[in-house]
Design a protein around this ligand. Sequence first.
Ligand code: OAD
Length: 255
Amino acid sequence: MTETSTLERALEALTGANRLVVVTGAGMSHDSGVPTFRDAMTGLWAQYDPHELASEDAYRRNPARVFGWYLWRWCLVRSVEPHPGYHALTRLEAGTDDFLVATQNVDGLHSRGGNQRIVELHGSLTAFRCFDNGHPYDSAKLESLTALSGEEVEPPRCQECGSPIRPGVVWFGESLPQMAVKQAWSAVAACDALMVIGTSALVYPAAELPSLAMRKGVPVVEINPDLTPISHEVTVSWSERAAVALPALVDRLIQ
Ligand code: OAD
């Protein structure tokens, strides 16, 4: 099947949809220069051990290693720009009655790209808080800090309770933010089409969202250069990069 005919099939699936949910993962930001987690050579989890970086136990064992790693990633995402696929999603939001991006990404690029209706299922790199009591910590105070990949940085302390500061992302073993979950699941329950972009669809509960839409019987369009566990079940599986597919699709959908 040629890419042009896949575009036509995606258009057919999405034309007329007015309650749209867009589920995104790390692949959405890949074209902006942010590494994914599971790509074989370049993925973060190919180079770093998630058990040493993405859990409360890991932070307790070595707060400087964990804080330094997230600081490095925060510096990295602030140094890149949202690609044209992000701007296409913003045009799509403007042209759709009910629209929601439900992202697993913590990089803030959807917001910087112009989308307004976003839920961050795995939290945000910018939302720092203290480890013991969850007191918010103003990220502006950290903006001058930098870290190289693998560099350990001693976390600053909470002014209220003295506990060390951690990133506001969801770690393995932690629950997703309840409000984000509620919004995403209700939006999918009400949607008349769903797009799933740049996720390996392996991490639950976010991976349930496309399946939920498929069980409802609404069209699901996947954009991902590689096959995923849901590629054979979705209405249209488009083997293309987000920065290429989204502008082409939205230019035709929103005229
Ligand atoms: P993964 O790294 O598991 O998957 C990224 C997906 O993006 C893969 O299926 C790639 O084929 C695809 N991809 C790569 N380049 C792309 C491009 N240019 N355009 C579109 N797709 C592309 O990332 P996630 O599915 O987001 O959780 O991972 C889910 C969660 O696992 C993350 O939120 C993170 C991780 O552990 C936590 O840290 C809690």
